[in-house]
Design a protein around this ligand. Structure first.
Ligand code: B3K
Ligand code: ZN
Length: 882
């Protein structure tokens, strides 16, 4: 379509400009008439002016690429002069007084919808995606989260094309359309909802069915719909769903509210999944699993995403957001809930470490770069660019801090109050926080800074010990770095969970603590500086600060390597024990990187390698924890720590050096672990078995680094599950062994008919830190297994290359940047959301050394100045350069 003045450029939407619509919507009746190429949608909507709306105030509805066929008002055709309709807007110039019904008929072409927003086709089936602003691609509407309505949906389609006709709510009626080859179904959703939660699915699927009896004894029919032939792979998802439903009852007192709960898995999807009321639509990656085709990590993701979408039924659906600025109200909170669920189902310590790693690898760089924004942004040009790690992951950390500050009982009381007070409403972050203030009596005024200030706070802790007085002093200094639009910041309230680890490795207690508020084992920093004094100590303890990562901050301390080694071996808090090992390794990596950059050979203190090997061998620790502990900080972790003048080749060389050191010193330990962690029976996806595999494959990686390449080749051949097979393949390809190509061919041949496994094959090649990776990725874009229109394929090959291959994306000749920028421009014409996500992989470009920085900047400028960009890509390009 041509760009008109309505679509070109982009208006800025601001939080402060919020106003309710002049008309509310009470009910919507939708009628979908599906045919092979065209779909006709008849929407009959009942509007009522809100109090204070002047009679005759025009009704203005949102649209996007819409084609209006007919408009009727209260049953009669509308005169052409009474309204205006464009692709992006419908205006009823002078609505009648009081309530009225508008009937609008639109015609859609779902098969041509490559943006995968609104109604589109995937593998011959029809499905919808409406969040954030996709409903306006189906019919003209108040497509915003604060307009809640009761929906009734009728779907009609040829029986041969769609056996199942699904929508939100409960099924009301279904049957054949007499005299035709068509049938229909009617659904009614009694819970008022915003349009972004609408869904319609039609198609022919394999199904698996189950039931769940809620805490009050109501029976709910559960169905998972998957593509034909895949039914056998949905069992784990169903099990995860039932466990999620029970957990939400037990932990949050939340019961499911409809007679049916449905999940549909589709192969073409812009994100992970979508929480439409009663009808979740999923990327099939987060539903389908079998031991042969899914890894332990896939199983854990399925469990987490199934839970996340289910939990939205209360946090997001029953209580929704007033406007999109409040996105964290449902996303941060629901991420927190799914994290807690997984922690309860698996190992809490390991889950916490994984979550913090994700936060640091995705959110910290966002917060430190040009795309930084507050957990609650205050302006946007394209809301889809704000489904970010900051809104989701930092948003979850903010809820976690609320729990830390409120205590477990206070937190539950605050949540109960929130559900009571706001059920059926569209709420704000202020509403949410007020529930905790009211339930606990705590003043949370300053806590709001966590929602409004962007940037990761930096906390420096300087420790000094006065042996004569038995006194430990820690001076805490906090600063919040400047971020786009926020040059100066206020100090934030930071909960620091702490312990003082005595010489025998157990925690000791001070008789008196002064200088900051202390609540149990939590110090609350409020000012820019606190001098905290711990008295009554008999021997010098080592402070263990920020236990469990109690706040999303960067903590630096004056602890020396000896103290860190002590914590690595003794800290009673497993998170900090892991953190201590990471900090030691990071220290070594930074020194080694510096040496490489100055053309010296890298050296790393051998004690660091020894501490890592010792942890690997420690039988008192769980295998999954040990696996995490032996994993060195990633290249990206080191880059983030350096923050400036980053040379990814130097980091890679330094890290290879430390890996080599650990591998050599630990050779016997790793050989022993590899033998002892061998499978004990048939594959099972539980956390304990996954932990053994994880440690065994970490050991294999070191064995190969120490020179035993044959071990990985043998492991590939012997594997009886995807976790082990993929781990072996990744090691062989990453080490550039001569067998790499043959194993890659073998892998592709085995799984060519399973797109989700083909994605793994693409990812292994995209992330291989080898010269020639870029040529290989470029060649793979022409492979028959690749498709530029499928988001999973694009993410597996191209986004993974850009975000997961530090040396090759950031090639010193700029070729990696140029390739990715070309793909962004190509994709922008197909699917702007996928394109803008891909472009955001440039977000840390300013941290690079000058030469690479110049290449990255030139590519960003080339993208930014291309004519006809989508709003999505234009926004990311502009902000990245800003
Ligand atoms: N709420 C959806 C995300 C929608 C993204 C729109 N660009 C999935 C989720 O977070 O549960
Ligand atoms: Zn969500």
């Amino acid at each position: 379509m041509e760009l008109t003045s309505e679509t070109a450029g982009a208006e800025v939407v601001r939080l402060v400009d919020y106003v309710a619509t002049p008309y509310r919507i009470d009910t919507v009746h939708l009628d979908f008439r599906l045919d092979e190429t065209e779909t006709v949608v008849v929407a009959e909507t009942a509007f009522t002016p809100r109090d204070g709306t002047a009679p005759g105030t025009p009704l203005v509805l949102d649209g996007d690429e819409l084609w209006l066929v007919e408009a009727r008002l209260d049953g009669a055709p509308l005169a052409a002069t009474a309204y205006e309709a464009s692709e992006r807007r419908f205006t009823l110039k002078a609505p009648p007084a009081g309530s009225f019904r508008l009937m609008l008929t639109t015609r859609l072409r779902p098969a041509e919808n490559t943006k995968l927003m609104g109604l589109y086709r995937s593998s011959g089936n029809w499905c919808t995606q409406c969040e954030a602003e996709g409903f306006r691609r189906i019919t003209y509407f108040h497509d915003r989260p604060d307009v809640l309505a009761v929906y009734t949906t009728r779907i009609e389609a040829p029986k041969a094309l769609a056996k199942s006709l699904l929508s939100n709510g409960n099924p009301v009626e279904s049957g054949d359309v007499p005299g035709t080859d068509r049938h229909f179904a009617v659904w009614h959703d009694p819970f008022p909802k915003p349009s972004y939660l609408f869904a319609m699915v039609a198609g022919t699927f394999d199904t698996i069915e189950d039931r769940f009896v809620t805490m009050s004894g109501r029976e709910v029919a559960l169905t998972i719909y998957v593509e034909h032939g895949r039914g056998a792979k949905a069992g784990y998802a169903m099990d995860a769903l039932k466990r999620s439903m029970r957990w939400d009852e037990e932990v949050f007192g939340r019961e499911y509210d409809l007679d049916v709960f449905m999940i549909v898995a589709v192969g073409d999807f812009n994100m992970g999944a979508m929480e439409n009321k009663g009808l979740n639509v999923f990327n099939d990656k987060y539903v389908l699993a079998s031991p042969r085709t899914a890894t332990d990590v896939d199983y854990a993701h399925i469990e987490g995403v199934i839970a996340h979408e289910y939990f939205h039924n209360w946090t997001g659906n029953r209580i929704t957001c007033r406007d999109w600025f409040q996105l964290c109200l449902k996303e941060g909170l629901t991420v927190f809930r799914d994290q807690e669920f997984s922690a309860d189902q698996r190992s809490r310590a390991v889950k916490r470490i994984s979550d913090v790693r994700l936060l640091k690898s995705h959110q910290f760089p966002e917060d430190a770069g040009p795309l930084a924004h507050p957990v609650r942004p205050n302006l946007y040009k394209e809301i889809n660019n704000f489904y970010t790690a900051t809104v989701y992951e930092k948003g979850a950390e903010v809820v976690r801090m609320l729990k830390t500050l409120s205590g477990a009982d206070g937190f539950r009381a605050g949540m109960d109050l929130y559900f009571d007070r706001h059920d059926g409403m569209a709420a704000t972050v202020e509403d949410f926080v007020a529930c905790f203030a009211d339930a606990t009596g705590r003043d949370l005024t300053d806590f709001m800074l966590w929602y409004t200030q962007s940037g990761t706070p930096e906390v420096m802790a300087a420790t000094s010990w006065d042996a004569g007085a038995g006194r430990l002093k820690i001076v805490f200094d906090q600063t919040v770095p400047p971020t786009p639009g926020q040059p100066t910041k206020k100090p934030m309230p930071i909960p620091i969970r702490f312990g003082l680890v005595g010489p025998d490795g157990t925690d000791v207690q001070a008789t008196r603590i002064t200088g900051a508020t202390v609540e149990g084992d939590v110090l609350v920093l409020e000012a820019a500086r606190h001098e905290v004094v711990f008295e009554g100590l008999t021997a010098r303890p080592v402070p263990s600060l920020l236990r469990g990562f109690s706040a999303p901050v960067r903590l630096t301390s004056t602890l020396d390597p000896a103290d860190q080694s002590f914590l690595a071996a003794n800290d009673g808090d497993p998170f900090n024990r892991w953190q201590a090992i990471q900090s030691l390794a990071m220290r070594g990596l930074i020194e080694a990187t510096d040496a490489v950059r100055h053309k010296r050979s890298p050296t790393v203190d051998g004690r660091i390698a020894e501490a890592i090997v010792a942890t690997a061998a420690l039988e008192t620790l769980d295998p999954d924890f040990r696996a995490l502990a032996v994993g060195l900080p990633s290249e990206a972790d080191v880059a983030r720590e350096l923050a400036l003048d980053v040379d990814p080749d130097a980091i890679f060389a330094a890290r290879e050096h430390l890996r080599g050191l650990v591998a050599t010193r630990g050779r016997d330990v790793f050989a022993d672990l590899y033998a002892r962690m061998a499978p004990e029976g048939a594959y099972a996806p539980d956390a304990a078995s996954a932990g053994r595999r994880s440690l065994r494959n970490a050991a294999l990686d070191y064995l190969v680094r120490a020179g035993d390449g044959a071990a990985a080749v043998a492991a590939y051949g012997a594997a009886d599950n995807m976790t082990d097979r993929l781990a072996a393949l990744t090691i062989v390809v990453g080490a550039d062994l001569t067998e790499a190509d043959a194993l890659l061919d073998d892998f592709h041949d085995r799984f060519a008919d399973d797109p989700l496994v083909v994605d793994k094959w693409l990812m292994v090649q995209a992330t291989a830190p080898v010269d020639g990776a870029l040529d290989r990725v470029r060649a793979l874009t022409a492979h028959p297994s690749f498709s530029i229109t499928n988001p999973n394929r694009v993410r597996a090959l191209i986004t993974t290359f850009a975000s997961g291959n530090q040396t090759q994306f950031n090639r010193a000749d700029g070729a990696g940047f140029a390739f990715v920028a070309d793909r962004v421009l190509e994709l922008d014409r197909i699917n702007p959301q996928v394109a803008s996500r891909l472009l955001s992989t440039f977000r840390s470009w300013r941290a690079l050394e000058p030469r690479r920085q110049a290449y990255a900047e030139a590519e960003l400028k080339r993208v930014a100045t291309t004519a006809g960009l989508s709003r999505d890509v234009a926004d990311i390009a502009e902000r990245s350069l800003g």
